[in-house]
Design a protein around this ligand. Sequence first.
Ligand code: TRP
Ligand code: ZN
Length: 875
Amino acid sequence: MSDPQPVYLSDYQPPDYLVTHTELTFDLDPTATRVKARLHIERNPAAALSAPLVLDGENLTLVSLGLDGTALEERDYVVSDTTLRIEHVPERFCLESEVEIDPNSNTALEGLYRSSGMYCTQCEAEGFRRITYYPDRPDVMATFKVTVIGDPAREPVLLANGNRVEQGERDGRHFAVWEDPHPKPCYLFALVAGDLCKTSDRFTTQSGREVALEIWVEEENLDKTGHAMASLKRAMAWDETTYGREYDLDLFMIVAVNDFNMGAMENKGLNIFNSAAVLTHPDTATDAAFQNVEGIVAHEYFHNWSGNRVTCRDWFQLSLKEGFTVFRDQCFSADTNSAPVKRIQDVSFFRTAQFAEDAGPTAHPVRPDHYIEITNFYTLTIYEKGAEVVRMLCNLIGWEAFRRGADRYFERFDGCAATIEDFVGCMEDASGERLDQFMRWYSQAGTPEVDAFGEYDYVHGEYRLTLRQRTPATPGQNEKLPLHVPVRLGLVGTKSGQDLTLTLDGESLGKEGVIHLRQAEQTFVFENVAEAPVPSLLRGFSAPVLLHYPYSREELAFLLTHDSDGFNRWDAGQRLSMLALDDLIAAHRNGVEKVMDTRVVEAFRTLLDGEVSDKAVLAEMLTLPTEAYIAEQQRIVDVDAIHAAREFMRQSLAVALRDEFIATYEANASDEPYAPTPEQIATRSLKNVALAYLMAIEDAKGLELCQAQFAAGRNMTDVRQALTLLVHSDRQDLAAPALKTFGEKWAHDSLVMDQWFTVQVTRPQPDVLERVEYLMDHPAFSIKNPNKVRALIGAFTQNRVNFHRLDGQGYRLLADVVIELNRLNPEIAARLITPLTRWQRFDESRQALMRQELARIKKEPLSSNVYEVVEKALA
Ligand code: TRP
Ligand code: ZN
């Protein structure tokens, strides 16, 4: 077999043939489902008269083929592993085909497959070609009419996109007919059939349309749908008030499935969700899970406009729908919860995981210009950096112009397949701002670094700020051009502690402003600056860059208490902790005694004394940078020194502030009945952060509080935190019975068992590998279920001390799993390898061990997914 070949954006050609209407009939069978398709096809006026018809198709057994009612002979067409080609076709015609497919043996979870006995589909990006022969590309949009025929006992519920127009029984089978009047690309097609129960509700849109809302789940999960339903209604209302967009069908359905490669999928009118992204109950889901569900329900709903009504011309434009929709769901969650905390959480994740992707061998622009396997490009860069780029656009032109631009985009491209230029063009038209330099954000990979220097001139009352930008080379892109970087800033007066008025070139920007860095280096001179300021730069993380400013610890402590921007106050604390951690890491390396920086202790004491009124923000401020984040700051990662330094810091803080943490714990313990409200979530976070510090020293009081919290069993947030702290402690005599109780109590609940796995394999003591191997044989584990793989193997690879063991056994275990998954589920296999691709960042012996495992994977007969990642990693 030849190596898989890349596809290039520059090769894009409009389709030769369009499908205007698609009729499908599914006769469901576990191993031999029959799919009949009637495709109403027209030649694209722009295409050549002689163009052959080429349809995509994979793993299909062709049963029959006809054109306008006449059966085609074998010499009329050519079938290959991936296509069906007919040399001569009329201008308009109806193509009739029948194929057989095998849902039971579909472990890739793309196309039609089975999950816990039910039938379901996943077609994005290119899964529809595993269902029937079709032009499987997003710029071919058709109306659909779908008939689903099934066994009334085994699959009493038969669902597809749109509105149900007919149902009935025939010959001991039953059927339902669904019509979707909105033209859509085939990646938005969905079908579900199984023994499901629903929760129903209603929503009236702003124009008065009555929409029935349904969430379909297995019967035992009916008590876990309330939060998703409430979130859905909030999201529907938010999109009306914020973007003026309302829903466009009479029915909106969500289905929960247990086996799913990603979080959820926005199929028109029939969103399919990973059960982990929709089911919640106070006893089984943590606060974080509740918030995650709210965000994902909103995300998929928002796609109805940003993705479905206006879709992507080709998969290179993926961020057009994903970046914009992530931005929309982030704003929704910020409006519904604590806005600064939402931003803090998103940015700390972004700076850890997306920065790492952008610095590694799989770095790619927000709009890639080539790919081998599109499913490898559902990345943090496409989603999260794409969202940051849209956020910058919004901040550059202001919300009002942005909203006008969005209106224009939705109106002009309704029912069309659009490009990133179309979107940015609407923003240009609506604002009058030139955005050509801004477009480089879409084409240049890598994280730009911005060096800032400030100087205060007492004599002239001037503050000179110099900004210098450069973007490091990334694979295939050596030269980078300067970007248009919006820097939101304030100057905080060191005497007054207040934001000073910003005056640039005689013009006042108020107390906070945005300056535009466009050149490689630029100096901004602020006039009439009455006192020496400390600059507060990149407020709210106004651009996805790595900012360097030589802050002293005194300046950071000052910003921590005086910055008017909540996000930057948090960031100042993180920078202060980082400086202290750097000292501790150096001490660890040099084998000298570690000494805790008292400025950090005092800063924490001030925080605990009640400086911050938002408890959710306070909980974030009391949380040290993660090991992964610290590692991102080092060129060569010192796994053990990072762990030792961070542990030393946690313990020093706990010793110095023990009484404060006990007081914080007690002041925030509550026996109110659980609700996922921002207030309650904030209180629980703060309490649980305090408990984590107390457990860092494992003294009698901490252990007592932790055991009591576990035993009280108030809600999963508190129980899981207590269990985690016990399991991650040295007191295995206390941890073992807690784990056993928990495991037995929740053996019937798959999503809770996922948490049980994760808690065990994230233990920082260096003894976890054997536990992972043991748990892989546990009856609740299955390598075929992506949630299990993520909960056990994925979580283990994030356990830095254990995964990066010096004997290479952590790497070996991961490679073994990747080799097995390469055959079963290539999409998940390719994602799971990521930590091995980061070998350049480790010491030589680890580098050698990681490369050795990559080379071992490479010897296998590889899926295009794994092939692409391994090739890049070893290039
Ligand atoms: N469009 C989905 C989302 O972001 C992503 C998705 C769900 C997906 N399942 C997938 C992408 C499977 C590729 C393969 O909302
Ligand atoms: Zn999405």
